[in-house]
Design a protein around this ligand. Sequence first.
Ligand SMILES: [Fe+2]
Ligand SMILES: [Fe+2]
Length: 277
Amino acid sequence: MSDNLKVLFFGDVVGRPGREALKSVLASDGVYFEQYKEELNSDFVIVNAENASHGFGLTLKNHDELLSYGVNCLTSGNHIWDKKDVYQYIDNSNALIRPYNYHKTARGVGYRIFNDKILVINLLGKTFMQPVNCPFQAIEELSEKLNFEDKIVIVDYHAEATAEKIAFAKFASTSGVNAVVGTHTHVQTADEKNIDEKLAYITDVGFTGAYESVIGMDFESSIKRLVTSIPERFDVAESEKLQINAVKITFNKENNLPVEIKRINFLIDKRNKEGET
Ligand SMILES: [Fe+2]
Ligand SMILES: [Fe+2]
């Protein structure tokens, strides 16, 4: 039996192109499954799903769809409330988490423990984001409340500001957190590192979805909004090329510390393969 545990974490899945991309590489009947089987082989899969339903929020149908591809945990962010049916199912899901640092009356949960071993926490950042409870204080409270020592602790830190994400990661490494994966900007950064050999880190894991796009949304509505400064409805982009953005983190099961963090970033071209993607 291996002493390592591999966790795959996919950046925000945006709309149908994002779900298609994920299915094609992750589902055992996906058209690119065989090709990427080795690179994407893992023991546990986390997907940020805040944009999975038409770019905003997550419907029950898409929640179930993502889980059917072999995803173990769905994290989210500020967009999790956008599809109102989330209120119908969020308390029944055994995979979805929303940011922990909302007010205590918020529906759903902000962390989950899987197999008594993997603790996944979702937090919202505080800079250039809607005001929420302090994420630094939140992780301190959680480290006192939950036993971090005997678990692999992974935080999806959903935030805008790079410096804040780096500072949070260093802070969290002293609380027993083993990985901080940044999400929200949808642009993958090339700064993955193993901080003090204690915490695997990347500022932003990126997004999974349409490659020819503005962070997953179509050029036309995105540009019009910026040119006119008048609110414009964003549409999810269509693209022949789909991007897969993820990280694979290997942990030592004995001491829960990260051994390696590897960035994953590749394109699949829908025109190259016959059949369903
Ligand atoms: Fe997002
Ligand atoms: Fe977000």
